[in-house]
Design a protein around this ligand. Structure first.
Ligand code: ZN
Length: 109
């Protein structure tokens, strides 16, 4: 389960940033195509944060939509599927967003 190693990374970054303060909330931005399951992430977060400054913190997950730019005609459009073609029919797409995973915000007590 790759959510577990991801969560470990997130929690270690959060703990470092908190500098000993208690973390009460963490907001993550997860791209639609990042292949991360929010439920699994929540589950791992509860386990990984045990005994850390982020124990009991509320995890908020924001799913960011996929967007791409057509390399053929330059149209910017939103992607419902990873390999959606451009409305012009081209499949030569530069994906801009949708696969990122960012710590958007954290709140300390
Ligand atoms: Zn196009």
């Amino acid at each position: 389960m790759h959510e577990l190693s991801l969560t470990r990374n997130i929690v270690s970054i959060v703990s470092e940033k908190a500098q000993g303060a208690k973390v009460t909330q963490v907001t993550l931005e997860i791209g639609k195509f990042s292949a991360v399951l929010p439920d699994a992430l929540q589950f791992c977060f509860d386990i990984v944060t045990k005994g850390t400054v982020a124990e009991g913190a509320e995890l908020e997950i924001i799913e960011t939509p996929g967007t791409g730019v057509c390399a053929t005609c330059g149209t910017k459009f939103s992607l419902q599927q990873m390999f959606d073609p451009c409305p012009c029919g081209s499949t030569d797409i530069i994906r801009r967003t949708g696969s990122e995973l960012n710590i958007k915000q954290m709140v300390t007590a």
